[in-house]
Write a protein that binds this ligand. Structure first.
Ligand SMILES: [Zn+2]
Length: 236
């Protein structure tokens, strides 16, 4: 096999491994982001619930204060009964008392509902906080593990890149630039094994004379469709 072709085949292997490690890194980073979002979502939920609870408790206190004021008012009205002289005045007073009692009843009913709702919020907070207490230690453990994996993978990537660069510098100048540009493009494939008479990457059939020339391994040839270098796998 032509020396350049052999080097390119090796470089492609290094690059493929590098890409695998990079994919691993991005996969682990996604897992970390997923964990962090999950925890932050629970924290946000807890904080919204706590705000709701504070608001609900404030409402309850205000209404309880109002109930107390109405009770005081009722007491005073009832005492006034003793000093009333005419039936008309008494009827007016009874109406006023009734109106205050109705208002008080209504507010008390709402207070009971609001207390039930506040108790529900407290329960939800407790549930979310338990969830957090359970998930957090596991999350920290998992994230630490994932970060150590990422670090190892990054080390591999650096090592593979340095091996790649060393190999790249050995390629003939007329090939090097094209090979480097192609391998660093999105798909990361610069040399394709022939699969019969088709390119192993783009799977387009290649004219026979080029296949024959590429198979001889004397000269680096390119796929007529995707432009990648092509070679015949040996001993396969
Ligand atoms: Zn091709």
């Amino acid at each position: 096999m032509n020396r350049d072709i052999a080097i390119m085949v090796d470089l492609q292997k290094l690059w493929d491994r590098k890409v695998e490690f990079e994919d691993g890194i991005s996969h682990h980073e996604k897992s970390i982001a997923f964990w962090e979002k999950k925890i932050s979502d629970i924290r946000k939920d807890v904080s919204v619930l706590k705000e709701n609870l504070t608001q609900a408790e404030l409402e309850i206190r205000l209404k309880e204060k109002k109930v107390y004021e109405l009770e005081e008012k009722l007491g005073k009205l009832q005492k006034r009964r003793d000093v009333i002289k005419t039936e008309k005045e008494l009827a007016a007073l009874e109406n006023e008392i009734k109106a205050v009692e109705t208002e008080k009843d209504e507010i008390e009913t709402v207070v009971i509902e609001e207390m039930e709702s506040a108790a529900g919020i407290k329960k939800s907070i407790e549930k979310k906080e338990n969830e957090l207490a359970e998930a957090e230690p596991k999350m920290h453990e998992d994230i630490a593990y994932l970060r150590s994996k990422i670090e190892n993978y990054a080390k591999e990537v650096r090592e593979l890149i340095s091996q790649f660069n060393a190999g790249l510098s050995k390629l003939s100048p007329e090939i090097k630039s094209r090979f480097e540009k192609t391998i660093k493009s999105k798909e990361g494939k610069a040399i394709a094994p022939l699969e019969g008479e088709t390119c192993g990457v783009c799977h387009t059939s290649i004219p026979v004379h080029i296949v024959l020339e590429a198979s001889s391994g004397i000269k680096a040839m390119n796929c007529t469709n995707c432009g990648r270098f092509i070679y015949k796998k040996e001993n396969v």
